[in-house]
Design a protein around this ligand. Structure first.
Ligand code: HEC
Length: 660
């Protein structure tokens, strides 16, 4: 699931802007008057990747290579001070429109925040019946899967709910206007069939476009368009990425995939939409699905008005048995290729390779430029002899977005240089036994001692060659946002935020965020003539500006509720650190085994023996209680953070650390 607007949209934008202004919260009216620019494009970060082409390249020039060192924290808000129940917002990509920032969290809370000072304007929580549905899902993690953001248009906020619904809120006050069940118009798209939602929906020319997650569980991938006005279908039916169950290569209960869980790019000149598709399922057990499994692991171009296929290109030369989704969001670029301007679509895959195609024809320009270590073999089936596969199941490039800098003609790719130890089911019986999440697929503990890192690769689009590659300490899970002054901003898993000189690759500024596990690319926007950069870490939203505070400890917390609670230490990102009221009575579910069964078993197995997650039977040998606690709270790799609250995490960490 990333990253220009054309004059063609000026008319449309003007309409949106007028509507937006009318619906603006009263307190922002002054800002609106101050801003005399004709287009919202000149101030906010109006959609997931800034522009429809998802380039994440903003035209703002107040922060430069010379003054970037003066950046500091201007405000931070801890969402947990507003709602103790939210697990995290780690994968949220904020949208900023008309001075208001919209942030989503796991469990699908939506927060509208004043982008100038971090004060809450409103908060939306899904209705109780929806939360109950999530809570009773047999796939326990579904209640806390990531939510990667919203679409804001026509005075409304559109958000996908984990249990496969699309909600439309009033941008002014956060009131629910309408919510639809996707399964009413997309046959079978239900939680009970292992579909779930994590992506940010996209708004384009009156429609809202959605895909879904669940490919690892053998769902049938799709994209669908709804009219923004009343959420009725805009297409005759969904575009399915793989055949129906029982048809073509889709044989058996757990076969399918091709989930469209990354965000979608739109070309406003041609109305063509481009997106990536996920892996085929079962992930590692390829025996029952020989061949290339179209259109999995592919970038697909459709007519956005009708959903009709234009072209689709697979990123795999061989059968995929490594979970190599093509999931990041494609960028549509007017770039220089072989010294000529060409409109191209570019994309990096979990397989560790980067591609470029002609936007119109799909003709290949660059066919898989490697950006991380690639070394893999056919999957073994003996659980005692797992194979070390590079890239591992995280990628390559995961959903973290690229950015394009028109001045240098460089694309920056966020890379994960990390293997995993993998084993496939031996046969269909075993597949049936291990039918939790990611059936037929095991990743075992470790590997330890391997050179695990991240990479920042600058590709010169003119030649398809590396201009440079930086190594980062940790895998790059967040991605980039670039500015017209030649800076690219990114966050890291250890909570550091950075600005890089796109031309040279030199890091010109960095500081801590007071959180950890930054797994999103920042929103960069203007407000009152000043330029801001916002990162989300755990439950905290941290905004940087020139002349801001160099210390991560805020002098005051605009959230108000608990000034001491946030930003104290690097581990404070869970937010609940600030909640000092200890539970008076321990609720029934403070028993480690009970919590484990509800929240961990689907991946780590009924007896800790492993499954989609590693074997934890002897985890206490290799990990300290603190390390385990950190893993549970923050997640890491394919494991989501915030599955349980902090108290429960402590109980689990203690219990697991004794497993030796
Ligand atoms: C969606 C599946 C999933 C769920 C649910 C899940 N985990 Fe994990 N877990 C994983 C994966 C995958 C890894 C390996 C992380 C990586 O890729 O580095 C992991 C790693 C871990 C580790 C570190 C082991 C190591 O050495 O890498 C611990 C400890 C852990 N999980 C505990 C838990 C606990 C406790 C819960 C329940 C609160 C839980 N997990 C829920 C998938 C899951």
């Amino acid at each position: 699931m990333n990253r220009y607007l054309k004059a063609i949209n000026v008319a449309l934008l003007a309409v949106v802007l007028i509507v937006g202004c009318q619906q603006k919260p009263a307190k922002k009216q002054n800002t609106a008057n101050k801003q005399t620019t004709s287009s919202e494009k000149d101030n906010g970060f109006p959609l997931w990747g800034y522009d429809l082409q998802q380039t994440r390249h903003v035209p703002y020039n107040k922060i430069t290579k010379d003054n970037v060192k003066d950046l500091g924290i201007v405000w931070q808000a801890d969402l947990a001070n507003w709602d103790k129940k939210i697990p995290n917002a780690s994968e949220d990509f904020p949208v900023v429109k008309d001075g208001v920032m919209y942030v989503t969290t796991s469990m699908n809370r939506v927060f509208a925040i004043d982008a100038s000072n971090g004060k809450k304007i409103w908060q939306w929580t899904p209705p109780k019946d929806v939360l109950d549905h999530l809570d009773h899902a047999d796939l326990s993690l579904l209640e806390v899967v990531a939510s990667r953001g919203v679409a804001v248009a026509e005075g409304n906020v559109f958000v996908l709910i984990a249990d496969n619904r699309l909600a439309k809120l009033n941008a002014k006050d956060g009131k629910l206007i309408k919510m639809i069940n996707l399964w009413d118009t997309i046959p079978g798209a239900k939680l009970e069939n292992r579909y779930y939602e994590t992506m940010a929906p996209m708004y384009y020319k009156g429609n809202v476009y959605v895909g879904s997650s669940g490919g690892d569980n053998g769902i049938r991938g799709f994209v669908m368009a709804y009219k923004a006005s009343d959420l009725t279908p805009a297409w005759d039916g969904p575009f399915w990425t793989v055949p129906e169950k029982g048809e073509g290569w889709v044989k058996g209960k757990y076969t399918g995939g091709g989930a469209v869980w990354g965000e979608i790019a739109f070309d406003p000149d041609t109305d063509v939409m481009y997106f990536g598709t996920g892996n085929p399922a079962p992930d590692f057990f390829k025996k029952i699905r020989p061949g290339k499994n179209p259109y999995t692991d592919s970038v697909v171009a459709l007519e956005s008005k009708t959903g009709k296929l234009i072209w689709a290109k697979s990123e795999m030369d061989e059968e995929d048995e490594w979970d190599y989704d093509a999931t990041s969001t494609p960028m549509i670029l007017n770039a220089t290729v072989n010294n000529k301007k060409q409109k191209i679509v570019v994309h990096g895959g979990k397989n560790g390779k980067w591609f470029a195609w002609d936007a119109k024809t799909g003709d290949t320009i660059y066919n898989g430029v490697p950006f991380v270590k690639i070394q893999h073999t056919s999957q073994p089936t003996d659980p005692n002899k797992p194979a070390m596969q590079w890239p591992g199941a995280e990628g390559g490039q995961n959903y973290a977005p690229e950015t394009y800098d028109p001045k240098t003609n460089y694309v920056l790719i966020p890379g994960i240089n990390k293997p995993s130890l993998e084993v496939a089911a031996k046969d269909e019986n075993e597949l049936e036994q291990k039918k939790g999440l990611f059936p037929g697929t095991s990743i075992t503990l470790g590997p330890k001692g391997e050179d695990i890192s991240g990479t920042i690769t600058a590709i010169d689009v003119n030649t398809g060659k590396n201009a440079y590659q930086n190594k980062t300490k940790q895998p790059m899970r967040g991605g980039f946002t670039g500015t017209t002054t030649g800076l690219a901003f990114y966050g890291e898993l250890d909570g550091t935020v950075n600005a890089l000189d796109i031309k040279t690759g030199k890091v010109l500024w960095n500081m801590k965020s007071g959180g950890a596990q930054i797994m999103m690319a920042p929103a960069i926007y203007m407000d009152g003539g000043k330029q801001y950069v916002t990162f989300v870490t755990g439950t905290k939203v941290v905004t940087y500006g020139l002349g801001g505070n160099k210390s991560v400890t805020p002098s005051k917390d605009p959230g108000g509720a608990d000034p001491e609670g946030s930003g104290k230490t690097d581990n404070a990102n869970h937010g609940s650190h600030g909640n000092k009221e200890k539970d008076k009575k321990q609720p029934a579910d403070m028993n480690a085994e009970v919590i484990y069964k509800k929240s961990c078993m689907s991946c780590h197995g009924g007896n800790l023996e492993g499954g989609a997650g590693p074997d934890l039977r002897h985890v206490g040998v290799s990990m300290s209680e603190e390390e385990i606690l950190n893993q549970i709270i923050n997640g890491g790799g394919r494991m989501p953070g915030g599955l349980v609250d902090k108290d429960q995490a402590e109980v689990l960490a203690k219990w697991l650390s004794q497993k030796k």
